[in-house]
Design a protein around this ligand. Structure first.
Ligand SMILES: [Zn+2]
Length: 408
């Protein structure tokens, strides 16, 4: 099922006439969506359609309820123009961010405003119908809470770790038990379309549409949480590769004599750096009596998880900072390779570890200073995401709108 606006079903005519009409409507809705508001004259200029045609189409779209008359705007010489905007409540987009241990569900209006968000902690990602059944229940609970029916949902965007065939809506690594593919499976149960993609790519898309990658052309977006993901923006476009598997940065070989990775290979970058490894190393040291804020935390009966480790780092825990520094050395060396290959203008660190801010950016920069070719790396800025835990959710919203409006 392709995501489409409700009004698209109401457009009648022969196949060709209908297709032409829908394209004309889409041009207008797309322009207004991307600009917030627009006048007839602006739409005429952008769409290269005639003034009377645009005026008639805008009238139709107001009739459908997707556009609103936003009143009189500023004059740029002559009569002050009428402005039109998207009706934010015409339909809504659901964003689902599936992680190994947490699940986030959000509801956005058509002004990209987050109107509801639920976070489910300790929600272990398991390859079973129970997980998807619970997901469907939780999405429906949000609809009930917000007093919405399935018909008010434009589409649901899903972000999931691992290998994903976005074109066909198939997840290979997680929730792979469905015969028809995860998108079709969820869509059947929920009654609206589902657009699926990999988490690092969704974070990159979120950064591109709403975060620090906005307006930039060549950006690498890292998801540093339990594993390592990479979303690549090249020449202003999300780079997917032939099968959509581009960006498996965590599985490049770093240490041929290293540990076995869950992917089956030995010595992958992800066996040396990831939130999971950081937590494992810290737990082992704490068990052996390592002095740390986290030792006290454990003595108080708490479980040392990634959140606790990040919090200890931010609070200046010397041992946890040391462990992050060691890990940043490997991360930096991996990034040097990417910088030399791709010459990015910015590297955005996202995911749970990006909450540590300067504690991860500074050691990474030190490694880049040491190992990267000065002329190439001097123009590459390393920053932490400011969307942080919302990056993937914002990316799923952008992914849905890209599909619906067919924008790049
Ligand atoms: Zn691996």
């Amino acid at each position: 099922m392709r995501p489409e606006f409700k009004y698209e079903k109401e457009v009648a005519g022969t196949a060709n006439a209908r297709k032409r009409k829908l394209e004309q409507y889409r041009k207008i809705v797309s322009h207004v969506y991307q600009n917030g508001k627009a006048s007839i004259a602006e739409i005429v200029k952008y769409s290269k359609m005639s003034q009377p045609l645009v005026a008639a189409l805008v009238d139709d779209l107001i009739g459908f309820g997707i556009l609103l008359d936003d009143g009189i705007g500023e004059s740029i010489g002559g009569r002050r123009p009428n402005l039109y905007c998207i009706n934010p409540e015409y339909q809504y987009v659901i964003g689902v961010d599936i992680n190994l241990h947490t699940l986030n569900i959000a509801l956005f209006d058509l002004n990209n405003k987050l109107v509801c968000r639920e976070e489910y902690k300790n929600c272990e990602l398991e390859n079973s119908p129970k997980y998807t059944d619970d997901l469907v229940i939780r999405v429906n609970q949000m609809l009930t809470k917000m007093n919405l029916t399935a018909g008010k949902i434009l589409s649901m965007g899903v972000s999931i770790p691992g290998l994903v065939d976005a074109k066909n809506g198939i997840s290979f690594t997680h929730l792979s038990f469905t015969k028809e593919g995860l998108s079709a499976y969820l869509s059947e149960k929920l009654g609206f379309s589902v657009v699926l993609d990999n988490d690092a790519r969704m974070m990159a898309l979120g950064e591109k549409a709403f975060g620090k990658a906005k307006g930039k052309k060549d950006v690498l977006c890292l998801n540093l949480s339990n594993g390592i993901g990479l979303g690549v923006i090249l020449n202003g476009q999300l780079y997917c590769g032939k099968n959509g598997f581009a960006g498996e940065f965590g599985h490049i070989l770093i240490d041929p004599d290293g540990d076995l990775c869950y992917c089956g290979k030995i010595g992958c970058l992800e066996t040396l750096i990831s939130g999971t490894i950081l937590v494992k190393n810290i737990r082992e040291a704490v068990d052996k009596g390592q002095p740390s804020l986290l030792s006290q935390y454990k003595e108080e009966g708490h479980n040392i998880d990634l959140r606790a480790v990040v919090s200890a780092i931010i609070n200046g825990d010397q041992f946890a900072i040391d462990q992050l520094n060691k890990m940043s050395e490997y991360l930096g060396k991996g990034l040097v390779t990417l910088i030399h290959l791709l010459n990015p203008e910015m590297i955005i660190l996202g995911g749970r570890l990006a909450h540590t801010g300067k504690y991860i950016v500074d050691p990474v920069n030190m490694v880049l200073n040491k190992y990267a070719m000065e002329r190439i790396s001097s123009e590459t800025e390393v920053v932490c995401s400011d969307l942080l835990d919302d990056a993937a959710l914002m990316g799923t919203l952008s992914n849905v709108m890209k599909e619906v409006l067919r924008i790049s």
